[in-house]
Design a protein around this ligand. Structure first.
Ligand code: CU
Length: 164
C-alpha cells in the first residue's frame, strides 16, 4: 500500500476545490467563506494597427490582510506579456509607467480603469467577444486564474451592430 499516494490525493482534490471556488466568486457576494478576494474585469479589443492592448481589473479584498498583485500571466499566449501600469497626469499630459506591484489594501479595493491603473498587454491581438484567460500572481505566492471577456473599445450600444 502506497501511503504517500493515499495522502497526496485528497490534498490535490482540496487544492483543486479551493482554486475553483475562487473563480466565480466575483459574480456575487453570497459565499463569504470562499470570497476572500473577488476579482472582475475585462480586456479591450486591440485597435487596428496597434501593437498593445489593455485590461482592467477590480480586486476587492474582504480580509484584514493586505495583498500585493505582482504580475499577470497570459496563460494561453506564451509569446505575449502583460505588465502592470499606472498612468500619471501632469500638466495635461498622461504618461504610463510600469510598476513592480499593485497593492490591494485590507478590506479595500484595487480598481483599474481607462486613464488610470491598467494591465498593458503586449504581443496579443484580441477581438471583441473573445475571452482572455489570465493568471494573477500575488506576492504571497497565490495564483488566481480567471477569464476576461474582451470588449469593444466602443462601449456605446449604438456601435454594437458594427461588429461581426
Ligand atoms: Cu500602459
Amino acid at each position: 500500500m502506497n501511503k504517500a499516494y493515499l495522502f497526496a490525493l485528497p490534498q490535490l482534490l482540496l487544492s483543486a476545490t479551493l482554486l475553483f471556488a475562487t473563480l466565480p466568486a466575483w459574480a456575487q457576494d453570497t459565499d463569504a467563506q470562499h470570497n476572500q478576494l473577488t476579482i472582475r474585469g475585462f480586456a479591450t479589443e486591440t485597435p487596428p494597427g496597434a501593437s498593445v492592448g489593455a485590461a482592467y481589473l477590480t480586486l476587492d479584498n474582504h480580509t484584514d490582510v493586505p495583498r500585493s498583485l505582482r504580475s499577470i500571466v497570459l496563460s494561453q499566449h506564451p509569446q505575449a506579456t502583460a505588465s502592470l501600469h499606472t498612468t500619471e497626469h501632469h500638466e495635461g499630459i498622461s504618461r504610463m509607467r510600469a510598476v513592480d506591484a499593485l497593492d490591494v489594501p485590507a478590506q479595500g479595493q484595487l480598481e483599474m480603469q481607462p486613464g488610470g491603473l491598467h494591465v498593458m498587454l503586449h504581443g496579443v491581438r484580441l477581438r471583441s467577444g473573445e475571452t482572455l484567460p489570465i493568471q494573477l500572481i500575488f506576492a504571497d505566492g497565490q495564483i488566481l486564474e480567471l477569464e476576461l471577456p474582451v470588449k469593444s473599445l466602443m462601449s456605446d450600444k449604438k456601435h454594437r451592430h458594427h461588429h461581426d
